[in-house]
Design a protein around this ligand. Structure first.
Ligand code: ATP
Ligand code: MG
Length: 605
């Protein structure tokens, strides 16, 4: 390819809305252009990168035995109603773009494809002899994200590889999940991405075990907690740890005491010489379900702990199965309570806040569902709010309150906490970009959509399912987030838009043009993906653009062209190698060959 023909438009300055380096560089290099909020055009350079990423993904998916197909983007609401996700995805989270066609039928634009694929499997698979089956696609997904940002990182239209597998028993699902895990590690290594595999929350998709692949980067939206010994890593959404021990508090008698204006744990502790671990705090929420009224929830934690709302949401679902999926969990803080016309002594609430405290709030019916974290349950004596303004209470033990709580792990693990597997090790925090997620779905979707097969003994049972996603466009940007410097991107050879750029220093020098053309022909014939920068521009501009675009190898044909000499340089190193043009291929090809494999280990297992 010649740079003349590339419609290359690079920008001097990053666009105002680009907050992170990878977004800035991709826009400045002309790789992507914003069309609307969270909607981008992949320009030819980006498209070349994406096609290379996709080729790697195809090879590795095919190697697991998966078959490629393409499912429709338009999906009937009816399918999503059968799985119980239509309301969650449209009204609840509101992540699914949806519409009504001219016949009045409701449709959604696919944010994911469990429903479609499961209904196809239900139609096609009858017998255990057809199992296992794994199907995948590379396709545009649509999600009406609340906060689209960071370019391709969180966009509303993006490319995903999604795969779905069907099995006759759980063991076979786990076996295949393991081979997908390996395939994912190879894909990311081949793309030159450093990732950490972490335990993950399964989110709205539901099901059993799941693992995320996090590209390590400061700009990552996810917080990963991991142990130094490499034995534990989890998304903070689901991470578990040992809370710091509490300072024992001996309370002889249930007593109230004045705490004027001391509406926070810190204020109470400072004024009464208490440690936060000697207190408990109470948080109120409204949980909205697909069916039935909203549920008021009262959660108790030790005073020094923070609530993990993902864990709380996951706790509530199974307690109220009859109400269907949880659509939202809304914190009832001072402002929301006031908006509902409720005057509660916030800052002075106790675990025994009476059920009638919230009577009259619109939509909230019945008493509290009372949840207690183990950190609070473990306390013998403690201090809590007295449910009266400006008063707290010393309580000798939980039996004093005469209430029953559902005990659950709802606290947020924190960096510095001791690990469950080894209290001698502590958790450290890293930021990550979620580039892939694999799930053992089990039989959730196959049961809901009646995807059953006849097993070896002839009886019908729902299939076991797994699903496996990679954010293809997000991955490509994550590579830039991990590989750039002050001059621009630094693409790994395996997915670079071009492997090598030839720069003609002075396009008016015949010798330079002739030698550059000759090398261009030779390199192409040798299968090198080469760009010839033949633009009528100053050498400095071409060098700058070469750095900006991040093409991993650079050949400069300049002053010494008449003597057959060229300069060879890589994008990431400073050193320039002067050599005879005739030696270029011999020097370059073995190196390129290795680099095309990405950072996979030399010896294959
Ligand atoms: P996130 O937690 O980042 O919103 P998710 O858990 O909803 O992602 P999945 O449903 O697991 O995402 O989708 C599979 C993959 O698709 C993710 O691992 C991620 O790499 C990618 N992805 C998800 N949402 C987006 C988006 N809005 N823009 C770009 N890529 C995305
Ligand atoms: Mg995910």
């Amino acid at each position: 390819m010649r740079a003349q023909d590339l419609l290359l438009v690079t920008l001097r300055e990053p666009p105002a809305e680009a907050e992170i380096p990878s977004h800035q560089w991709l826009v400045r290099g002309g790789f992507i252009r914003r069309v609307a909020s969270g909607v981008y055009a992949y320009m030819p350079l980006m498209w070349r990168v994406l096609r290379k990423v996709e080729a790697i993904i195809r090879e590795e998916m095919d190697a697991t035995g998966a078959l490629e197909l393409r499912l429709p983007t338009l999906q009937p609401a009816e399918l999503w109603r059968r799985s119980g996700r239509w309301d969650t995805y449209t009204v609840g989270e509101g992540i699914m773009f949806n519409l009504t066609d001219r016949q009045g039928r409701e449709l959604g634009l696919g944010p994911t494809h469990e429903e479609v694929i499961t209904s196809l499997a239900a139609d096609l698979i009858r017998s255990y002899r057809q199992l296992p089956v794994s199907l995948y696609q590379l396709q545009t997904k649509f999600r009406d994200e609340i906060r689209p940002r960071f370019g391709l990182m969180r966009s509303r239209e993006f490319i995903m590889k999604d795969a779905y597998s069907f099995h006759g028993h759980g063991e076979d699902l786990r076996r295949y999940y393991g081979s997908m895990d390996q395939a994912y590690r190879r894909i990311f290594a081949r793309c030159g991405l450093k990732v950490l595999a972490v335990q993950a929350d399964s989110g709205a998709i539901g099901g059993g075990a799941s693992q995320e692949f996090m590209a390590i980067a400061d700009a990552g939206e996810d917080l990963v907690l991991s142990s130094g010994d490499g034995r534990y890593a989890a998304n903070q959404e689901r991470a578990q740890s040992l809370a710091p021990p509490s300072v024992p508090l001996r309370v002889a008698m249930d007593t109230r005491f004045a705490t004027p204006g001391q509406a926070s744990i810190e204020a109470v502790c400072a004024a009464h010489n208490l440690d936060p671990t000697q207190t408990v705090k109470v948080l109120l929420h409204r949980a909205c379900f697909a069916k039935g009224p909203d549920q008021p929830v009262l959660t108790v934690l030790r005073g020094d702990q923070e609530l993990n709302t993902v864990k709380l949401t996951n706790t509530l679902g199974p307690l109220l199965v009859e109400r269907g999926t949880i659509l939202a969990l809304e914190r009832l803080d001072v402002d929301t309570l006031q908006a509902h016309g409720l005057q509660l002594p916030v800052g002075f609430l106790g675990p025994d806040l009476p059920d009638d405290a919230i009577q009259g709030a619109p939509g909230l019916v019945g008493g509290f569902l009372r949840i207690m974290d183990a950190t609070a349950a473990d306390l013998a004596g403690f201090v809590c709010g007295a449910n009266v303004p400006d008063q707290h209470r010393r309580v000798p033990g939980w039996s004093m309150l005469g209430l029953s709580f559902t005990k659950a792990d709802v606290r947020a693990a924190q960096p510095g906490d001791r690990c469950c597997h080894d209290p001698g090790t502590v958790l450290t925090a890293t930021r990550g970009i979620e580039v892939g997620h694999i799930f053992q779905l089990g039989r959730k979707y196959s049961s809901a959509l009646e995807a059953c097969f006849s097993n070896e003994s002839g009886s019908m049972e729902p299939m076991w399912m797994g699903c496996y996603g990679i954010g293809v466009s997000r991955l490509a940007q994550a590579v830039v987030e991990q590989n750039h410097d002050r001059n621009g991107m630094i693409w790994p050879v395996s997915i670079a838009p071009f492997e090598l750029v030839i720069i003609i220093a002075n396009g008016e020098e015949q010798e330079q043009c002739r030698l550059a053309e000759q090398l261009y022909g030779e390199l192409r014939a040798a299968g090198v993906d080469v760009l010839l920068d033949d633009r009528v521009e100053r050498a400095g501009v071409k060098f700058k653009d070469g750095d900006l675009l991040g093409i991993p190898w650079r050949v400069v044909v300049g002053r010494n062209a008449a003597r057959g000499q060229i300069e060879l340089k890589t994008r990431s190193a400073r050193d320039v190698l002067e050599m005879d043009a005739s030696r270029l291929l011999r020097h370059l090809l073995p190196r390129l060959q290795r680099q095309r494999r990405g950072s996979l280990p030399e010896v294959e297992v």
